[in-house]
Design a protein around this ligand. Sequence first.
Ligand SMILES: C[S@@+](CC[C@H](N)C(=O)[O-])C[C@H]1O[C@@H](n2cnc3c(N)ncnc32)[C@H](O)[C@@H]1O
Length: 354
Amino acid sequence: MITGTPLKDVLIDRIRAVGPIRLSDYMAECLMHPQYGYYATRDPLGAQGDFTTAPEMTQMFGELLGLSLAQAWMDQGAPKRFALAEAGPGRGTLMADLLRATRRVPGFHDALELHLVEASPALRRKQRELLGDATWHDTVDTLPEMPLYFIANEFFDALPIRQFIREGDVWRERLVGFENGTLCYGLSAAVPQQALAHRLQDTQEGDLVEICEAAAPIVNEIGKRISQHGGAALIIDYGDWRSLGDTFQALKAHQEVDALDVPGEADLTAHVDFEALCMATPSKFSRVTPQGVFLERLGITTRAQTLAALMEPVTMEEHIAAHRRLTHPDEMGNLFKVVAFYPEGATPPAGVEA
Ligand SMILES: C[S@@+](CC[C@H](N)C(=O)[O-])C[C@H]1O[C@@H](n2cnc3c(N)ncnc32)[C@H](O)[C@@H]1O
């Protein structure tokens, strides 16, 4: 038998049976295979894990997002009952910070129902430990039909992507195959791609583009609820208005590794195509805003100074580093973007512009 991770054997058997598979199938198996999938089996976050995220670096992130959502709730007349929902809550840290920061907003906690969309049983357990009671969902499709205040940080980057390389006016798809005991990339025959018709204008021969087919139906469900019942969504992730080039990446122990080397044991991500998200929502969408600008507009520096006044020198260094990391253009400040969805006629959530 070929050596490697247990999932590698599963994938090789599958490729032997059906031929090379799409990158999206490879990514979905690596992240969510029920027995060996990366998220399905572990908590990968934090300094001891494979990667860290904004809410794991500082409480300020969840606090400020919470205040932006609570302001949107007040701007829309403070509906008496609403769903507060998060997709891909990880350890639940962002939601815990959000809930703490909004405790003093009159009526907000009495009106909310907490809904978490999480595919990983291991992370659901962590979320329950930290947040207590909530309603968990496998997908956004089962979120209730009521005003929806929704948040997702580094969720869309974990959804499976397909990659295509342009050849004339048609496209070859990047596939995952198997040769001499190892997984390797190959290319499909060149075929037209309806979903990429708009990319014939801004790409050239040999350019690689990515699409995330799973994202549009999710955004559509969220946007539909917000349009029909009110609410707002804040989506934060790395990426840009339109994706160009290979952004598929694997991280293990905070180091970049070969994405085909250790299936099921490294985090796999790709940059988010914000244009595709905005085109899929029936609601209004805001300008796509750099995370640094968004957090500064919400007052992160003032909040950082208030917290710093209460800190010991050791924690202070970490605190200053986290503030810089989240906001500086050379760190996450520019790479990460924020987009908000909101109903026609409503004010955009604080931190973004129409
Ligand atoms: C990179 S982590 C981000 C965690 C958290 N939002 C944070 O900022 O720390 C991705 C999260 O999305 C979840 N996830 C990934 N794909 C999913 C899917 N298809 N459906 C539901 N949850 C998913 C993972 O289990 C994990 O909780």
